[in-house]
Ligand binder design. Sequence first.
Ligand SMILES: NC(=O)c1ccc[n+]([C@@H]2O[C@H](COP(=O)([O-])OP(=O)(O)OC[C@H]3O[C@@H](n4cnc5c(N)ncnc54)[C@H](O)[C@@H]3O)[C@@H](O)[C@H]2O)c1
Ligand SMILES: O=C(O)C1=N[C@H](C(=O)O)CCC1
Length: 267
Amino acid sequence: MSNNIKVIVAGPRGKMGTEALKLIEKEENLTLVACLDRKNGGKNVGEIDNLPNLDAPIFEDPEKCLSEIEADVLIDLTTPENGYKHTKLALEHGVRPVVGTTGFTPEQLEELKQLAEEKQIGAVIAPNFAVGAVLMMQFSKWAAKHFPDVEIIEKHHDQKLDAPSGTAIKTAELIREVRESHHQGHPNETENLTGARGADSDGMKIHSMRLPGLIAHQEVVFGGLGQTLTIKHDSHHRESFMSGVKLAAEKVMHLEVLVYGLEHLLD
Ligand SMILES: NC(=O)c1ccc[n+]([C@@H]2O[C@H](COP(=O)([O-])OP(=O)(O)OC[C@H]3O[C@@H](n4cnc5c(N)ncnc54)[C@H](O)[C@@H]3O)[C@@H](O)[C@H]2O)c1
Ligand SMILES: O=C(O)C1=N[C@H](C(=O)O)CCC1
């Protein structure tokens, strides 16, 4: 385990960012050295209402933050557009990104992977930091070998920007590795209301639900002759993601490439 990992958190006032600050506050080997926020530049984290009482400066300009602050890791929990910019800048400044932000395009992921390789800097992009969700995705990949007909139902809180979720996209990618591409359902089926059959990922359907009261949930439903199999995971609290964030911050210190998915870090 690496000792005293110096961390910048981007998005500290967000739902996940605040949880990440609480994690850093209680973990002895993680030290907050700065935050990157959309406002409060020039202030200290400890001065901001509802944030843990941590002593670290807040920056609004990511370039300035990464140039002035000596950091090992940038934890990004912001928005797709800003998360991508921060990850790229961090790699350019030799700071290892640990990214929970979802909604990056395949082209952006590929570009970041190449940049990490070129700079020989470790990076982790994990669409879901909850260990249970990672297992749900791995079990789904296994099940798909035996049940090639599958639909994914993901359910999230109604403030989520991207759809389908990063977890659903990653699940479909893992299933695609073991499943022959094929059309599911009746060949002549029609949608009488646009979107009724969900999004199509290589013949697999992904359905996205957004409601207040939800946090992050996914069911992967497999259908076979006379049977169905449902693999389900629920995050009831954002604490569920924090052991994965900690693991990623520790393991990224020993990586020289970008890994996409927490499964690459679990024993
Ligand atoms: N990987 C995972 O396990 C996991 C779990 C939950 C959420 N997420 C993802 O994490 C991201 C954040 O989720 P959330 O629920 O905390 O959202 P949120 O809206 O509560 O928080 C996002 C925060 O980012 C801040 N922000 C936006 N642009 C910024 C910028 N340029 N600089 C600094 N801060 C900026 C916003 O002010 C906000 O406080 C989303 O992409 C979400 O999908 C991932
Ligand atoms: O709250 C969110 O937003 C979440 N996003 C991730 C995703 O897109 O898969 C993971 C769970 C929570």
